[in-house]
Design a protein around this ligand. Structure first.
Ligand SMILES: O=c1[nH]c(=O)c2ncn([C@@H]3O[C@H](CO)[C@@H](O)[C@H]3O)c2[nH]1
Length: 321
């Protein structure tokens, strides 16, 4: 008997690479997308919701509910940092698409997450592609959430490499470090995919050229919005390609064997010049003193990725009509 597709909820701040990841998920028979929840990050939350609804309309999947997430970080103590310079001010390559016809559901993102985890205990995977506020609110809102949720596969962190906001911090963790620390220490089954891994997964100019030769609707749509993302990578990193952060993370949820992982306790620096820094305790040393990592639950952290296979899979799923 064929395995049931894995139920996933995508927590997203679309975002050009979010759009790619959402389309990859919709084209992956291994998973069933049961909802999108929205968050600030690449754009403000209101625009993230609008873009999520728009992307589902492009995909012809308006049956999938969208629940709007938090407009502020969990402690509401800092001005939000929005990465319009990476994705365009509309989040989707400055295309100014018409507004979507659909509306988000009444429920908040956190309530939707809590409800779905309760309805399908151990069976729902959250793929978190933005700052972790909604997931932390779900953890705080229901003491059973960490147990009920099957897995949280998140894009976040820069483990032993420089960040992309500053040398210390990766954008999703920097967006809400307090929320990230709550998620990492919640006891839920967490898999963190950091930019130490996603920076190995590069979608080149040649890949884009190949994608543009497909007349599939996702390929055509993405080729329209990718320009801004390519220009940003060229200016910031001097590369002729883009990092597939969100699609790679999505595929780690679809097929975990595409990456390798280590396990340990992760804590997040929540203030100061290293705000957003993610520190993994690899358990190699038994510290004599009690530390902030002592007795905290472990998480899995991706250490390597099969980059050629990931790029190939992204291409294959997006070229399909
Ligand atoms: O603030 C940002 N700076 C970047 O260089 C950058 N590159 C990608 N991104 C987005 O943030 C996540 C990776 O850190 C991904 O979801 C990208 O959309 C970035 N955000």
């Amino acid at each position: 008997m064929a395995a049931q597709p894995k139920k996933i909820i995508i927590d997203t701040d679309p975002g050009i690479d979010d759009a790619m990841a959402i389309f990859v998920a919709l084209r992956s028979p291994e998973v069933e997308v049961i909802g999108l929840t929205t968050i600030y990050g690449n754009v403000y939350t209101t625009l993230a919701t609008r873009n999520a609804l728009h992307l589902l309309e492009v995909a012809g999947r308006t049956d999938i509910p969208v629940a709007e997430g938090s407009h502020v970080s969990i402690t509401n103590n800092a001005k939000l940092r929005i990465a319009g310079f990476v994705h365009g001010t509309d989040g989707l390559g400055n295309q100014n698409f018409p507004p979507p016809k659909g509306k988000p559901i009444e429920q908040s993102a956190a309530d939707f997450l809590i409800e779905q985890a309760k309805l399908h205990p151990g069976k729902v995977t959250v793929v978190a592609l933005g700052p972790l506020t909604n997931i932390a609110l779900a953890i705080q809102g229901d003491p059973a959430f960490s147990k009920n949720i099957g897995q949280i596969v998140l894009l976040g962190g820069a483990f032993l490499v420089n960040g992309n906001v500053n040398p210390a911090s990766e954008a999703n963790i920097f967006g809400d470090p307090d929320a990230a620390d709550i998620v990492f220490t919640s006891g839920a089954d967490v898999v963190a995919v950091g930019i130490n891994v996603t920076h190995q997964v590069v979608f080149t100019d040649a890949d884009r050229e190949k994608l543009s030769r497909s007349d599939g609707k996702f390929a055509q749509y993405l080729c329209k919005i990718l320009d801004v993302y390519f220009s940003y990578h060229h200016d910031a990193y001097n590369i002729k390609g883009v990092y597939l952060h969100d699609p790679a993370t999505m595929l780690a949820a679809v097929d975990p064997s595409l990456m390798t992982y280590t396990e340990g306790v992760v804590r997040v620096q929540t203030s100061g010049i290293t705000k957003g820094l993610t520190i993994l305790y690899n358990k190699q040393k038994r510290f004599g003193e009690v530390t902030e990592w002592t007795d905290k639950p472990t998480v899995k952290v991706a250490v390597t990725a099969d980059a050629p296979a990931l790029v190939e899979l992204v291409m294959e799923r997006l070229m399909d009509s």
